[in-house]
Design a binder for this molecule. Structure first.
Ligand SMILES: Cc1cc2nc3c(=O)[nH]c(=O)nc-3n(C[C@H](O)[C@H](O)[C@H](O)COP(=O)(O)OP(=O)(O)OC[C@H]3O[C@@H](n4cnc5c(N)ncnc54)[C@H](O)[C@@H]3O)c2cc1C
Length: 642
């Protein structure tokens, strides 16, 4: 039974054919339900602080460290001598010679095994490389990660046959690829997918329009998600295909422009009767979404890498500017309002890197299931990275709002603070928006409750099934609830080996039990409706993220104390994270959720449109809506492989 069944949400089919219930069913069917390995994150949400799963901090083996360091040194040299961030920003393009240079360096095959012509980096070093390249210009990070974290190589690596790997991975090691899921009507909700793959004698015919395809303009190969129609003898469903980007019938119509990431080659790709051999299908028919989501389980770590890199740069600029800019007789960093921001930026840069390193080392170690940790890292790093960038702009004052070129033209140092804010913003939207990440992680956090409560909360279950479920749940909760009452976090001597950080780990242990109790209260209070309490669940997830970040910070400081300064930073980060967690705990039960829900419903009923009076709406009406229809393109093909 799916959670959608349990909630009994019939839902409307607003705007075209797919109800909320169907959307949930599609998402649920694509969800990986099995847990074969332990999960620190899952245990944390259940009130069990399993420090043993993350401590001692895992470390890569000597060979992967050596390979990684050698590659990083070459990449750094290339970035320093051949790449110029301001030029990319100014021209809105990554120059062809940079793309070619990165190819020669092996940067397109960082995550591809050496057996298939790649560099074979570990996740840890792949992330370090992304962080480095993105620090020159985030568009370069986006290009590399759209190709390797979600593009053709990763799904092939995880789900391709040996023959498929031998055919395509060596090409992927030298050429860019793209991942094509989103459509004009499909963002967070793949159930609405309209692109089709119609079976033929020897393969499929692809038709449809794919939107916002990063690298789509320059890709050699693309991975496309399309619906195979269901028939009496075909399971059908969303299916993944590797497609040659220059296949007849493909047109790349537009190079989209954005508030940030101005160098990415992102387009609208139209498929009209594109022939795809059966050998190009990855996995089985109907497995496409599962493949996409599984790919993201680890692929998601590239965004925290880029966000962390950005936070580290913000820490540098914030330190330099706060110390150097004097107003009212003191460096601005010595005025308390600014010093608080400086402390936040620096501690957060440390905390984000700790979370990233721990998740990446765990991904390489393969001892734990890290899907929750990677999702938490994506969610947390994209949100905190944004706050950090915003605070940097504030510390820089008017110069924070001025472009780097304009600053330089006046003879000042061209610090691109406003650019970092623009570039960071998308991280909260793509590869799983914050709202969707909340739902995805919350689904795992409440999974045990849903499995246990099962028929109790299923509106379609009859009395006998409910009665049996009550007995089963009673037994589970009778065993589980008492474990949430007391724990190591209450003993002043626990985690003593962590010295000054022990108190924070004790807090995490206590907070983890409190978090599980809160989830249980929510479950008891709202039962089947809990899944619709998105803001409550979002706070539960955000507390989990803070606790994971605190754990990672302490464990990292214990591994690399950096002469005690890492311990100081971990301590500062944990103090800030505790304040945020406590606020979130309070807001679980003290909030305006109910009145906001009423207000939002009324807003959608146009009750307050008078609030919008007195201003003009500068939006441009484009003809594009009419052009979304599937059919042959009449536009020029802007596809330009490098
Ligand atoms: C620069 C850029 C690059 C991109 N690159 C790619 C790419 O390479 N390949 C690709 O396939 N796609 C790509 N995308 C698409 C991106 O992944 C989507 O924008 C993202 O999935 C969100 O979809 P949407 O924009 O349609 O928002 P929508 O799904 O329409 O959502 C709108 C808002 O509603 C929220 N929301 C939606 N559903 C729910 C729900 N059930 N509960 C609560 N809140 C909800 C969302 O979080 C969001 O805030 C890219 C987008 C951009 C801007």
């Amino acid at each position: 039974m799916t959670s959608a069944d349990r909630t009994g949400q019939q839902g409307s089919t607003a705007g075209g054919g797919v109800s909320e219930r169907q959307a949930r069913q599609v998402a649920e069917a694509a969800r990986e339900t099995q847990w074969h390995k332990p999960s620190f994150g899952k245990e944390l949400f259940l009130g069990r602080f399993r420090l043993d799963l993350v401590h001692p901090h895992p470390r890569g083996d000597a060979a992967s460290v050596e390979r990684g360091e050698e590659f990083l040194a070459r990449l750094r040299r290339f970035c320093e001598t051949e790449m110029d961030g301001p030029t990319i920003e100014r021209d809105g393009l990554i120059p062809d010679q940079v793309v070619k240079g990165l190819r020669e360096l092996g940067a397109f095959g960082m995550k591809i095994d050496t057996a298939y012509g790649g560099v074979g980096l570990s996740q840890v070093y792949y992330n370090k490389a992304l962080m480095l390249a993105a620090s020159v210009h985030p568009s370069v990070g986006a290009m590399l990660s759209a190709h390797q974290s979600i593009g053709v190589p990763q799904p092939l690596k995880m789900f391709g046959t040996e023959e498929q790997k031998r055919t395509w991975l060596p090409r992927c090691a030298r050429n860019l690829t793209a991942f094509l899921l989103t459509e004009p009507d499909v963002g967070s909700d793949p159930a609405r997918m309209q692109a089709t793959a119609t079976p033929t004698d020897d393969g499929y015919l692809l038709d449809g329009v794919k939107l916002w395809t990063t690298n789509g303009v320059v890709a050699d190969l693309v991975v496309v998600m399309a619906q195979v129609p269901k028939t009496a003898d075909r399971r059908g469903g969303i299916t993944a295909f590797v497609v040659e980007a220059d296949s007849p019938g493909i047109t790349v119509e537009n190079r989209n422009a954005f508030m940030g990431l101005r160098g990415i080659e992102n387009g609208v790709t139209r498929f009209h009767q594109v022939k795809v051999p059966a050998a190009n299908r990855i996995g089985k028919e109907g497995q496409g979404l599962k493949i996409a989501l599984s790919t993201l389980n680890i692929g998601r770590l590239s965004l925290p890498a880029v966000s962390t890199g950005s936070a580290k740069w913000c820490a540098k600029i914030a330190r330099e500017w706060s110390g150097q800019r004097v107003q009212w007789g003191r460096p601005v960093g010595k005025h308390e309002a600014v010093s608080g921001k400086l402390a936040f930026i620096t501690a957060t840069a440390y905390g984000l890197e700790a979370m990233l390193e721990l998740s990446s080392e765990m991904a390489d170690e393969e001892r734990n299931d890290i899907r929750i940790e990677a999702a938490l890292a994506k969610l947390y790093a994209s949100e905190m990275g944004w706050l950090v960038a915003d605070e940097l702009v504030q510390i820089r004052g008017g110069r924070g709002f001025e472009t780097a070129d304009s600053l330089a033209a006046r003879g000042e140092r061209g610090v691109p603070a406003e650019q970092v804010l623009r570039d960071q913003r998308i991280n909260r939207i793509f590869e799983g928006s914050t709202e969707i990440m909340h739902l995805l992680i919350a689904r795992e956090a409440v999974d045990t409750h849903l499995s246990v409560a099962g028929d109790i909360i299923d509106p379609e279950a009859d009395f006998n099934r409910k009665a049996r479920a009550v007995i089963g749940a009673g037994k589970f909760y009778a065993r589980w609830l008492p474990t949430l009452v007391a724990g190591k976090g209450q003993l002043a001597t626990s985690f003593a080996e962590f010295g000054p950080l022990a108190k924070h780990l004790r807090y995490v242990e206590r907070a983890s039990r409190r978090l599980a109790r809160s989830t249980f209260y929510g479950m008891s209070r709202w039962q089947a409706k809990l899944e619709t309490r998105q803001r409550f669940l979002g706070r539960i997830v955000d507390i989990g993220a803070e606790l994971f970040a605190m754990s990672a910070s302490c464990v990292r400081a214990q591994r690399d104390p950096e002469g005690g300064t890492a311990v100081e930073l971990a301590d500062a980060f944990c103090q800030q994270a505790r304040v945020r967690s406590e606020e979130l705990f309070t807001r679980l039960w003290t909030n305006s959720d109910d009145s906001d829900r009423t207000l939002a419903r009324r807003v959608l009923e146009d009750r307050y449109t008078w609030v919008e009076e007195g201003v003009l709406d500068p939006s441009i009406e484009g003809p594009w809506i009419a052009e979304q229809a599937i059919g042959p393109s009449t536009k020029e093909n802007v596809h330009r492989p490098v």
